[in-house]
Each structure stands twice: as structure tokens, then as C-alpha cells.
Design a protein around this ligand. Structure first.
Ligand code: 1HE
Length: 272
């Protein structure tokens, strides 16, 4: 650690490998595209830092985001060509850089829906796991090839992936190189929606539009309180829930929405 350089990672931000496009009549949806298809959207340092920066600098109009990959695959994970030069200290800082970047996704300003297709592997699965919902099309496949490459996850996967699918399933994927197809991934909990090939982005945009229409404080509570409550004891969780629910229901928007329903103007819950 004493060898830590002054600025271990430069501040690139300007990269064509990541694009952001605002959609919706009020620019409330951000469409974020991994745009490095020739390398299967492998995440080099510049791309990881660009992800950090796009979430840190999210325009105020945005209420929900979608992230997807250009080309045949969502993301091939860590750019392995950058791995060889790193010693242990650099590896530690590199992993913490990923943690910081993906924390901006998970605990950032807006809910994020991942639209998945093709390879969702290694760091690509770690990125998808930091999102709040995942939509997989039938071409998707999920793997953690770190096991066979002689390395370990470093982008928060050991924390986030077991929370989606359990420690035993993640261990299986790393021990044995098991590749889950789209149906298996959805059944295991890696994706919340399974859709026909080529339609994940449309479905993710539809979901993001729906999410963006929620009261912002409800979305904030879902992003910030729900995962923290999951980490608490039941006793602490009940108390945190009571605090958050008291704050959220006190907002004028909550009062207005409840009044709308009671006056017969609010939407009813419809059987699908
Ligand atoms: C890459 C990478 C990469 C592709 N780093 N360059 N991730 C992996 O171990 C997955 C490695 N990749 C693959 O298994 C396959 O590339 C895919 C299944 C994703 C796609 O296969 P395919 O046939 O469509 O593409 P390709 O021909 O294998 O690759 C096209 C190019 O992308 C090729 O480069 P080119 O210069 O020869 O054209 C590949 O070398 C390049 N490429 N994937 C660098 N990952 C925070 S810790 C996270 C730890 C990890 O993520 S470990 C898992 C890394």
C-alpha cells in the first residue's frame, strides 16, 4: 500500500465507449450504452470511470436509467488486457475503484434497469448486479469465468451476486465455470424479466418509464432503504421501515396520490 501512486487512476470521462442519451418528453429517462462492441464491451479502466462519472453527473431531469450494451453482447467483463501489469497494491486499488464506480450505480441518483443480451459475464455480471432490475432476452448467458482465469471477482460480485442467487449458486459458477442460459439465469434470480431475443431494451425502457412515474421519494426509499434493511437484523429493519414509511407518506405527492384514488381518479390495481 505504501506504493500507492498519487493518482492511481486518471480522470478520463471523455470516452466514446460510453454514451448517454436522454429520452422522454421531459428527458426523464437516461439511456446509457456500453459502446465498445469490438471488444465485447469489456470494461477497461476508462470505461469503469466513465460509468462512475455518468451516474455522478446525471442530469437533474432524469428519473430512471437503462444500461445496455451495443453489439452482440451486454459485457465481457473486465478488460483482461489491462490485468497483467498490476501488483497486489495496484490490484487492491483497482478493485476499490470498481466498487466506487458501481456504488454510484447502486446507490446513485436514480433507479437503473439493465437490458441484457448475449454475454453477461465476470465484471459484466457485476455491473448488472449493481442495477436495480435486470431484463434478459433469450440470447443472454451468465458466467463467472474468474475461476478459470485464476482470479477472483473484484467488482463487488461476491457481495451482490449471492444476494441475488445465493452463495452456493455463485460458488458453483466460479468453481465449475457453469454457464447459465437465459432461462436458468431468470429462474435463479439473476434477471427479473425474461423476454424474446432482441426485445430487452424495449422492455427495459418500458419499465424505466413506469418507474420514472413513481413518486421520487418512494423510488429513493426503494434504492436506499430496502437494501440496507435487508442487511439489518429484523428488529432494526422494522424500526428503519417505520421511519422511512413515515417520511415517505408525509410528502405532499403521497397525500395527493392517495387522495386521487379515494376520489375515484387514481389508477386501480389491474390483474395482468
Ligand atoms: C476481450 C474480452 C475481455 C473479449 N477482455 N478483451 N471475462 C472473460 O473471461 C470473458 C472473455 N471473453 C469471452 O469469453 C468471449 O470474448 C465472449 C463470450 C464474451 C464473446 O465471444 P465472441 O466470440 O463474440 O468474441 P471474441 O472473438 O472472443 O472476442 C472479440 C474481441 O474482444 C477479441 O479481441 P480481438 O482483438 O482478437 O478482436 C477478444 O480478445 C476481445 N475480448 N472479451 C479483453 N474480457 C472487477 S473484476 C472482474 C473480473 C472479470 O470480469 S474476469 C472475466 C473476464
Amino acid at each position: 500500500l505504501h506504493k500507492k501512486p498519487q493518482r492511481p487512476f486518471p480522470m478520463p470521462i471523455q470516452t466514446n465507449d460510453l454514451t448517454i442519451e436522454l429520452r422522454g418528453d421531459q428527458q426523464q429517462i437516461a439511456l446509457i450504452t456500453l459502446n465498445r462492441p469490438s471488444k465485447r464491451n469489456a470494461l477497461n479502466d476508462g470505461l469503469v470511470l466513465a460509468i462512475r462519472d455518468v451516474f455522478q453527473g446525471m442530469p437533474h431531469s432524469v428519473r430512471a436509467a437503462v444500461i445496455h450494451g451495443h453489439g452482440e453482447h451486454f459485457c465481457a467483463g473486465l478488460d483482461l488486457s489491462e490485468l497483467s501489469e498490476r501488483d497486489a497494491a495496484a490490484g487492491l486499488h483497482h478493485s476499490r475503484m470498481w466498487h466506487h464506480a458501481l456504488d454510484q450505480v447502486e446507490r446513485g441518483p436514480v433507479p437503473v434497469v439493465a437490458a441484457l443480451h448475449g454475454a453477461v459475464v465476470g465484471g459484466g455480471l457485476e455491473l448488472a448486479s449493481a442495477c436495480h432490475l435486470r431484463v434478459a432476452d433469450t440470447s443472454s448467458f451468465f458466467a463467472l469465468p474468474e475461476g478459470s482465469r485464476g482470479i477472483f471477482v473484484g467488482g463487488g460480485g461476491s457481495v451482490r451476486i449471492p444476494r441475488l442467487i445465493g452463495t452456493a449458486r455463485m460458488a458453483d459458477m466460479m468453481f465449475t465455470g457453469r454457464v447459465l442460459n437465459a432461462e436458468e439465469g431468470e429462474r435463479a434470480g439473476l434477471a427479473q424479466y425474461l423476454v424474446p431475443q432482441g426485445t430487452a431494451l424495449d422492455k427495459a425502457l418500458e419499465l424505466a418509464t413506469r418507474i420514472a412515474s413513481n413518486a421520487p421519494l418512494t423510488n429513493y426509499a426503494l434504492m436506499q432503504a430496502l437494501p440496507r434493511i435487508a442487511d439489518q437484523t429484523a428488529d432494526h429493519g422494522f424500526f428503519t421501515e417505520a421511519l422511512i414509511s413515515a417520511i415517505v407518506q408525509d410528502a405532499p405527492e403521497a397525500k395527493a396520490r392517495v387522495r386521487e384514488f379515494l376520489e375515484g381518479r387514481g389508477p386501480k390495481v389491474k390483474k395482468q
